[in-house]
Design a protein around this ligand. Sequence first.
Ligand code: CA
Length: 237
Amino acid sequence: MLNMNNDQPNILLVEDEQNLHEALKLNLELEGYEVTSAYDGSEALRKIESAYFDLIIMDIMLPDVDGISITENVRVHNNEVPILILSAKNSASDRILGLKKGADDYLTKPFNLEELLLRVAKLITKNKKIQVKESVGDIYHFGDNKIDFKSLEAINFNGTTIGLSKKEAMLLKLLVENKNEVVTREKILQVVWGYNVYPTTRTIDNFILSFRKYFESDSRNPRYFHSVRGMGYKYTE
Ligand code: CA
């Protein structure tokens, strides 16, 4: 299920009730979303680990791991994916607990389909806006290094010209645009790889190692390119 079409937002639908699940999936697909299904909590956790989603629609009462615990787990791993909780529970305390554990929105069953679709669209748009940072120009200087994002060429502190791959340039740009901030693995995968199947963490690590070789005078004590264990990667100046 390799999805190379990056224009369609990907939604993970976590719902164990078969009929509701299928009806929701169909309606979301009609709205132009790519939908991945999970029918229980452990399946949901596995899918969250292995792919990027623009949104998770999460039922609370599931056969094994409940939706609140999954939400908590997602946030512990610093995954910023928007989560819309769907639940039969409608007491204020459940709603508050869900939001406290990191859900972004909450709908109580039975819900109005149109309202669900509106909230889904809103959460996805809001998330995309947050991810767009101030853009750097085509040429970027740091230390004695110079990157030309347009020609995919860099000149480093030694005066060596380095040809960059498209992905290298994209990752460099993403890191530079988020200077001094940790960029999560999820964000990198979404922006640079842009489809719903992840390369391994090692793949990103290898890119970072290359950047150090290209641009750091002492690649063992990096000044610019940092891995932040369990969180992501950071460019500092
Ligand atoms: Ca359920």
